[in-house]
Write a protein of this length. Structure first.
Lengths: 148, 131
């Protein structure tokens, strides 16, 4: 796997905050972030609309494998150098149901949580956080090598 | 030869022989851990293994030699045995701690290597065509 593309909601404050944090981490597999509001999403990832990217986080490998929801989060952690061990813990059959309900809960209520944390519109929140604007390909995380 | 000299010589012999035994055990049985940790790179594993054993010898022999003058001086055969027991026991405990530390280091190296090359823990939910 050469890259892992993450489809995220750019209209949600915490999603953008998490995207900034993820991009700062050292990665075994570089993460590429694409806002699901991007008009070219369907053209770049044909058939992705059927997987409902507006409901859950979606991770797509450069070879076309798609992970949704909790699996998408597990893959995101797996791509990061410092958190790969956490991806195995989360994928453990004992922990996965909890991880799934937490991911699901956060995804379903992400706008409300953003509102609650930032108390503002996502645009204002982003400005407060001093987040750099994310152009198409500048949103990749640092490459740390070692592909698997 | 008086009691003190006999005591020192016995202490040095016992301690250094034990150190050699532990080091050679580590060297022989630690290799398989390291080969695994370095993904079958036997040359690198042997090199690291050798360097670890050198460090192990330096610390242990250094401590043993350093500790010769410390402790109660024996006056007769009974006190010599007591003192010998205390000092050799101390060396054995330190060797034990060093030994487990070594295993810990080996195992950590191995675990890091495993996780670095681990495949994804979850199967994909779907496939899409990519250019």
């Amino acid at each position: 796997m050469k890259t892992l593309t993450i489809l995220y909601d750019s209209k949600c404050g915490i999603c953008r905050r998490i995207r900034v944090w993820l991009a700062q981490q050292d990665a075994y597999v570089p993460l590429v972030f694409v806002p699901l509001q991007d008009e070219f999403v369907e053209a770049r990832f044909p058939g992705i609309g059927a997987l409902k990217p507006d409901e859950q986080l979606i991770a797509i490998s450069d070879t076309g494998e798609v992970w949704r929801g909790v699996n998408g989060w597990i893959m995101t952690l797996w791509a990061l150098r410092e958190y790969r061990n956490w991806s195995f813990r989360m994928a453990n059959p004992l922990l996965k149901p909890f991880a799934r309900s937490i991911c699901h809960g956060i995804s379903q209520n992400r706008r409300r949580i953003s509102q609650w944390i930032f108390g503002n519109s996502p645009e204002t929140a982003a400005r407060i956080l001093g987040e750099p604007e994310c152009a198409e390909d500048t949103c990749a995380s640092k490459d740390y090598g070692s592909r698997s | 030869m008086n009691t003190i000299v006999t005591h020192h010589l016995l202490y040095l012999t016992l301690s250094i022989v034990t150190t050699i035994w532990v080091a050679s055990t580590l060297h022989r049985h630690g290799r398989v851990f390291l080969v695994d940790a370095f993904h079958g790179n036997e040359k690198l594993a042997d090199s690291v293994n050798h360097l670890l054993v050198v460090g192990f010898y330096l610390i242990n022999v250094g401590f043993v030699v350093f500790a010769v003058k410390y402790g109660d001086k024996p006056t007769d055969f009974a006190t010599m045995l007591e003192s010998l027991g205390t000092k050799v026991g101390c060396v054995l405990l330190i060797l034990g701690v060093m030994h487990f530390l070594n295993i810990y280091v080996f195992n950590n190296l191995r675990k890091n290597a495993i996780i670095r090359h681990a495949p994804p823990p979850v199967a994909p939910d779907a496939h899409i065509a990519r250019p």
